[in-house]
Design a protein around this ligand. Structure first.
Ligand SMILES: Cc1ncc(COP(=O)(O)O)c(C=O)c1O
Length: 511
């Protein structure tokens, strides 16, 4: 970084309110472009947050978020009391200032380019941070419903009965009785699989990582629903995937759009959540499932079907998984105990066709060896005793009420030009604002008023989602959900009214 008196950069930034990209991202992108075009140089000082915010007619928090986002990917560096300065990255990924400097380890220089992701600041913002906000964020179960006593009993039982053997390494594929139990359960639900095809993993997230290692080579195209689960975007990108977002409607992935995506370039993998999709809560109809399966088969595209919350149905009839449909034998099916029992056990499963078994074993040898045996044995005992089914009954009843309260409160409190999905199950629904209302700006204000949700841009692999957000309803009690919606309703009313009366052009500034 330059010593002496740094120049404050002159920036020309124009905010496009019609854009699908959120405003904070537009600012970050614009500054990134200026750096790439060499108009901003190493050591240049960015205008103070307040100056830029006033010039653009924005909330200071929005500009501050843009600066934090750029800092998290190493484009700028903030120094308390001095300001925010540009750091140039050379084509090999090293920041110029990092190369010049000697002294203590510079981790910004050391981390791989792939692991320096985007959107991290937004994700951190959306995570519950335990300060008492109403958390309509995070697809997570309510701990008050965890069957702790029942679990303690089965845990003691398996340790007493199995002794040291349950504390040893387990088999790479997983604890056989649990694999059998899962295979039988899936078969009863219409997805006929054998225990040999079931691998027990340390959660579903490691399953996304495993499939990344298994199928993705640098530059391979992976099609995902748009919007999709944000940690899947990150997982596939770690292996160099290029993601193609495929639009959805109220019945899930649009076959015509999927066909176009497949025709545009060879696609290696389609990742989708046909039941209670994250983040929209939308489920694919049977006809839609068949169409998606057929399209993928005709183009030899592998499918990874994530069923993370498919057991959380509150109304309507069960749909067969893609894996269970005729012709679905090659679908990789991912599931987890995190949403139906406890996430802390870190247990999930992957159903994979036989030709992949050897490669999966090889990858696990160099990744995690196996899932924790004690957790597997305890969960198996818990399930075998019928305790999962009775727990699920309870959870479904509670979540059904919470979803109803959420939807009813929204109908009462949200302005008429705000739209949302009404899922039959799952953990969240998707809210779409009028085009010129920025969800991240709403979030920043909502957080000040004590309500948190997950903003749309996080769920988009290739831009978009600026005017949308996810509301989750499984964590908070009914009264708090209603209160959260009341607060959001007031904010949205104000934002929508302002947008309706705003003149066409947002100010553009030259600072
Ligand atoms: C769609 C989806 N897949 C996978 C996961 C990961 O779950 P696990 O806790 O089993 O790793 C999540 C967690 O939120 C999710 O939403």
């Amino acid at each position: 970084m330059k010593r002496g008196r740094p120049q404050t950069a002159r920036l020309r930034i124009r905010i496009d309110r019609e854009s699908k990209a959120p405003i904070y991202q537009q600012i970050a992108e614009r500054i990134r472009n200026l750096i790439e075009d060499n108009e901003l140089k190493e050591g240049d000082r960015l205008p103070p947050v307040r100056t830029l915010a006033e010039g653009l007619g924005l909330n200071r928090n929005t500009v501050s978020l843009a600066y934090r986002e750029m800092e998290s990917i190493g484009l700028v560096q903030s120094s308390v009391g001095r300001g925010t300065f540009v750091r140039i990255r050379r084509p090999d990924g090293l920041a110029v200032s990092a190369v010049k400097r000697e002294g203590p380890m510079d981790w910004a220089r050391a981390v791989s380019r792939r692991s320096a992701g985007r959107g991290e600041v937004l994700e951190r913002l959306a995570m519950g941070d335990g300060v008492g906000r109403i958390e309509l964020t995070g697809a997570v179960a309510d701990r008050d419903l965890f069957p702790v006593d029942e679990f303690r009993e089965v845990l003691e039982e398996v340790v007493r009965e199995m002794g040291a053997s349950v504390l040893d390494y387990g088999s790479r594929e997983g604890y056989l009785p649990l694999r059998k139990w899962l295979a039988e359960r899936l078969t009863r639900q219409g997805t006929a699989v054998g225990a040999n095809d079931v691998f027990i993993l340390n959660g579903a997230q490691p399953g996304l990582d495993l499939v990344g290692k298994l199928l993705i080579d640098e530059g391979d195209a992976v099609a995902v629903e748009s919007p999709t689960y944000y940690n899947a975007i990150g997982a596939f990108r770690l292996y160099g995937a290029e993601l193609a977002g495929v639009p959805m409607d109220g019945e899930g992935l649009l076959p015509s759009a999927l066909e176009e995506t497949f025709a545009r370039r060879p696609v290696k993998l389609l990742y989708c959540m046909p039941t209670f999709q994250n983040p929209t809560g939308v489920s694919m109809s049977r006809a839609r499932r068949e169409a998606v399966l057929d399209l993928a088969r005709r183009r030899s595209v592998a499918i990874l079907e994530d069923t993370f919350d498919a057991d959380l149905r509150y109304r309507g009839k069960e749909e067969i998984s893609l894996r269970g449909l005729p012709g679905g034998e090659d679908v990789l099916l991912l599931g987890t105990f995190s949403k139906i029992l406890f996430p802390g056990l870190r247990l999930g499963w992957l159903v994979a066709p036989a030709p992949l078994h050897e490669a999966i074993g090889r990858i696990r040898r160099s990744t995690d060896l196996a899932a924790g045996l004690l957790a597997q044995a305890a969960i198996h005992r818990f399930c075998e005793k019928g305790l999962l089914d009775s727990h699920l009954e309870r959870v479904r009843a509670v979540n059904r009420r919470r979803l109803r309260v959420l939807v009813e409160s929204m109908a009462e409190r949200f302005p008429p030009d705000v739209k949302w999905t009404e899922p039959d199950g799952g953990m969240s629904l998707w809210v779409t604002l009028p085009p010129r209302v920025d969800a991240v700006e709403v979030l920043l204000e909502a957080r000040r008023l004590g309500v948190n949700f997950t903003p749309g841009p996080l769920f988009h692999a290739d831009g978009g989602g600026g005017n949308a957000f996810r509301l989750s309803f499984t964590l908070e009690k009914e009264e708090r959900i209603a209160e959260g919606v009341r607060v959001l309703g007031g904010l949205l009313e104000e934002k929508c009214r302002k947008r309706r009366s705003a003149r066409d052009d947002a100010p553009s500034v030259f600072l």
